[in-house]
Ligand binder design. Structure first.
Ligand code: GAR
Length: 212
């Protein structure tokens, strides 16, 4: 049997996406091994999910470095110690530099709470309401050098309801994120994803035609 796909997950805070990935793994729905969870924040509540699952954790605190390049290099050294096939950003709220992103090209995934390319950046739920979007959602994508951009693997749309607040909308999107990320990671682990001309293929077909 092949060795399972080794994944390193990076978090900064709550870690509910990490929790959903761990749950999928434990349910036998996700054929991966989470080799380690790394956080830039020693107080990230999400670290408790890794601890509970017996997954090693490391802290690389960005405030201990003089600049982004030094932080990124320290992060690379720590990640590579775990020999990952895939690096998963799950609410990792630091902007990563070009060298970091090139180092993990094609094996670095992110989840973002919007229907990219709409609403990159922060406060996506409040902005979706304020700007009158009728649909909002979440996107899993491979990371490229532009923030919250890169070839889309999966997207899910959620309607914006007239009575929605940023909190109610965020909760509905988050519930979808928890389904989306394990699915995208599973496709990667099953070697079903490829990137061609800046677009993701699933089983050789453009994803938007076969990811419903
Ligand atoms: C998630 O909603 C994720 O999409 C978002 O941070 C949240 C982390 O929640 N990521 C970004 O905004 C990245 N640009 P979690 O810590 O509970 O998984």
């Amino acid at each position: 049997m092949n060795d399972p796909t080794r994944v390193v997950v990076l978090i900064s805070g709550r870690g509910s996406n990490l929790r959903s990935i761990i749950a999928a793994m434990q349910n036998g729905e996700l054929p991966v091994l989470i080799a380690a969870t790394i956080s830039n924040n020693a107080h990230a509540p999400g670290l408790s999910h890794a601890h509970a699952a017996g997954i090693p954790t490391t802290i690389i605190d960005h405030r201990h470095f003089t600049g982004r390049a030094e932080f990124d290099q320290a992060l690379i050294r720590e990640i590579d110690r775990w020999r990952p096939d895939l690096v998963v950003l799950a609410g990792f709220m630091r902007i990563l530099g070009t060298d970091f992103i090139r180092h993990y090209q094609g094996r670095l995934m992110n989840i973002h709470p919007s229907l990219l390319p709409a609403l990159p950046g922060l406060d996506t739920h409040a902005r979706a309401i304020r700007e009158g979007h009728r649909q909002h959602g979440a996107t899993v994508h491979f990371v490229t050098e532009n923030v919250d951009a890169g070839p889309v693997i999966l997207q899910v749309a959620v309607p914006v309801l007239p009575e929605d607040t940023a909190e109610t909308l965020a909760a509905r999107v988050l519930a979808e994120e928890h389904r989306l990320y394990p699915r995208a990671i599973r496709w990667f682990a099953e070697h079903r994803l490829a990137i061609r001309d800046g677009h993701v293929l699933l089983d050789g077909q453009p994803v938007q035609k076969c990811s419903q």
